[in-house]
Design a protein around this ligand. Structure first.
Ligand code: ADP
Length: 299
């Protein structure tokens, strides 16, 4: 009876002394509650280990990404110190470049925050409901205003106007902006973006299509990884840092949706997102709960 408890205690002490320890409780070859507890504890330890590894990886990635802009700014400041004071041309160029780099860093930090927040969504907006057509119209309109040289089409023929999904409206907007922005960034001669939405088998599908450079099969499996860029130097020129699609994927998964890509190099890409659609009754219930929550928080 005491042996399993001693074993659990041993592992607890070991992990306490070194959180990275791979010590786990060994199999007792019993079929009782103690065995169940041991299995749960092992699973918990594995999960914690994965979490620690992910955090380490994230900190590693972030410091790597911040090193470049910091090095560029440092380079320009050195130049200013040596020659810039007497040479107006160097002065102006270095200040401009440093400001641009600082802006890029600001953007990077904002996106890193977005990524972290996207991991904690279900806690923040558990009952949010959004009308898909309203958001699509708004985003398509806004993007057309900002990118006047592009034709942005919106086709919602296959989706009823009152289609609703469970997502916070700001997040659906953010998702669409990421996809349309990419479509625009990676377009070549043909400056067109098609956004379409349809409802089939209780799933809402939203597709963002461009006719730009496309993505190879090999890269298609990697573009959702954070900081991954097909062509680092060129993407940097366009202001990309490889976080947009990982934010999009985190957002979609937090709402139990799916995201995928279909692309042919040299011809263009289609990004597809899918969410379960809500019946009127479900949407109504969630809205009621959402309002009740808000009222409670307001007090
Ligand atoms: P970025 O900010 O670099 O655009 P993303 O995570 O949004 O970061 O995208 C990752 C990479 O995937 C991009 O650097 C680009 O190489 C590729 N990519 C994303 N969207 C498209 C697209 N519509 N067409 C071609 N390539 C794309």
């Amino acid at each position: 009876m005491v042996k399993p408890i001693k074993e659990m205690s041993r592992v607890a002490l070991e992990v306490n002394a070194d959180p990275n320890s791979t010590a786990r409780i060994s199999d007792f070859h019993r079929h009782d509650e103690l065995q169940e507890l041991a299995v749960s504890l092992n699973q918990m330890l594995d999960r914690m280990q994965r979490y620690i590894d992910q955090q380490k990886e994230f900190v590693g990635d972030v410091s790597h990404e911040l090193r470049t802009p910091v090095a560029v700014i440092e380079g320009h400041l050195n130049m200013l110190e040596r020659w810039g004071k007497d040479d107006p041309e160097i002065l102006e160029e270095s200040i401009k470049a440093s400001l641009q780099e600082a802006k890029r860093m600001q953007h990077l930090i904002q996106e890193m925050l977005d990524l972290t927040r996207a991991e904690q969504i279900n806690v923040q907006y558990p009952n949010a409901v959004t009308n898909v057509a309203d958001v699509l119209k708004r985003v398509a309109g806004d993007m057309s205003m900002v990118h006047k040289d592009f034709v942005i089409r919106l086709d919602m023929d296959d989706m009823p106007q009152d289609t609703q999904i469970q997502i916070y409206q700001g997040h659906l907007e953010q998702l669409l902006v990421i996809l349309v922005d990419n479509g625009i960034k990676y377009s070549t001669d043909r400056k067109e973006i098609n956004i379409s939405a349809g409802l089939a088998q209780n799933e809402v599908h939203i597709i963002v299509q461009d006719f730009g450079e496309g993505i190879s099969k090999e890269d298609q499996s990697k573009i959702f990884n954070r900081f991954y860029r097909v062509d680092k130097a060129r993407t940097r020129e366009k202001g990309g840092n490889g976080l947009g699609l990982s934010i999009a994927q985190k957002l979609v998964h937090s709402y139990h949706g799916k995201i995928g890509v279909d692309s042919v190099e040299g011809q263009g890409s289609q990004f597809i997102i899918a969410f379960p659609s809500l019946t009127k009754k479900q949407a109504h219930k969630l809205r009621e709960r959402d309002q009740a929550e808000k009222a409670k928080k307001g007090k």
